[in-house]
Design a protein around this ligand. Structure first.
Ligand code: TRP
Length: 335
């Protein structure tokens, strides 16, 4: 495996274990990762260092770290092909963050849309970590010299910052970091909230009905879709001005592997209620095998621990190599 990967381009991506994973994580991330893992030397990470920018219950964070990893595997990530690891187990992430924070402008962090959104949502805890979160993310990527980073549209700005930091460092010293390209999926990257289809579906939404979690049982999924907020129109026609129906059509399209024209003709004479029922059934059928596989893997603690240990060693080796190079360039004494 190691040798085979030598000529492959490298990708890295991660999910923050700050809540239960949603169907959006499959459509926008994991399904793509699974497709990419043969072609690329792949690193997939549970980003627990990122999670604590918002207060977490320690026991929950530990559980969700394992949940997230188990969902990676349930979705089809193969730890024999890809390096799967937990971020906090590789100290180089925190260490590089300090160095690269001295290569990042205050203004650059201040401009990040996600920082503005998250500070508005967490007024009582606008901590420095929330502010410097994109530097940590840049380090996640740069430590592994990733060529490509599959992320959702909402992370594009962080990728641009990563490129700027990399280029600035390279320019100041000499070529050190690979400048990564974002890889943004065209469809499925932005599944919207079922209760407010103008907002992205989020694992941390206060309203449970807004989100389809991968752990949801069939009846829960069907009920949530039945109750999804839709506009006052009637026909099943894809139109961005009808974001509620457009979102359900996107879900249906992903769950059944059909396109919008096929859906429109299939439901030509159907009303919203009929379409919602069909959509609920299709989405439940799509999620069920992932959920069942998850349950199976999740209770196999020794398997998960083995994967985490192996990932720690493999990721740690790659990351440490980059960190050592950086320490040398900035002038830290290394004996
Ligand atoms: N910030 C990302 C998110 O909220 C998760 C993440 C952390 C990540 N580090 C990363 C994604 C590195 C890609 C690469 O979705």
């Amino acid at each position: 495996m190691e040798n085979q990967n030598k000529n492959k381009k490298r990708i890295l991506s991660g999910v923050t274990p700050s809540g239960y994973l949603t169907i959006g994580h499959i459509t926008g991330a994991l399904a793509n990762w699974v497709k990419l893992q043969d072609e690329f030397d792949s690193y997939f990470m549970v980003a627990d260092l990122h999670a604590i920018t918002v207060r977490q219950v320690p026991a929950d964070l530990r559980q969700r770290t394992l949940d997230t990893l188990a969902f990676f595997l349930a979705a089809g990530i193969d730890p024999d092909k890809s390096t799967v690891f937990v971020q906090s187990q590789v100290p180089a992430h925190s260490e590089l963050t300090w160095v690269l924070s001295t290569f990042t402008g205050m203004g650059e962090c201040q401009r990040m849309t996600q920082f503005k959104d998250k500070s508005a949502k967490n007024m009582d805890n606008i901590n420095v970590g929330l502010f410097s979160y994109p530097i940590l993310m840049a380090c996640d990527i740069l430590l592994y010299q990733a060529d490509c980073v599959p992320v959702g549209q909402d992370q594009k700005q962080h990728l641009e910052l990563t490129r700027n930091i990399a280029q600035r460092f390279n320019h100041h010293y000499s070529d050190t970091f690979t400048s990564p390209e974002p890889f943004i999926p065209k469809i499925g990257g932005r599944i919207m909230s079922l209760q407010d289809p103008k907002q992205k579906m989020s694992k941390s939404d206060a309203n449970e009905n807004a989100t389809i979690f991968l752990k949801d049982e069939d009846d829960v999924i069907k009920r949530k879709i039945k109750r999804a907020v839709t506009d006052s129109g009637t026909g099943i026609i894809y139109n961005e001005n009808n974001p509620g129906i457009a979102n359900l059509m996107e879900l249906y399209s992903i769950a059944t592997n059909t396109n919008y024209e096929q859906i429109e003709s299939k439901f030509e004479s159907a009303g919203y209620a009929e379409f919602k029922e069909a959509c609920g059934n299709a989405v439940a059928e799509f999620v069920a095998p992932i959920r069942e596989k998850f349950k199976d893997i999740r209770q196999n603690k020794s398997l998960l621990n083995e994967i985490i240990q192996h990932g720690k060693e493999k990721a740690g080796k790659t990351a440490f190599k980059t960190l050592r190079k950086v320490y040398k360039k900035v002038g830290f004494y290394q004996g």
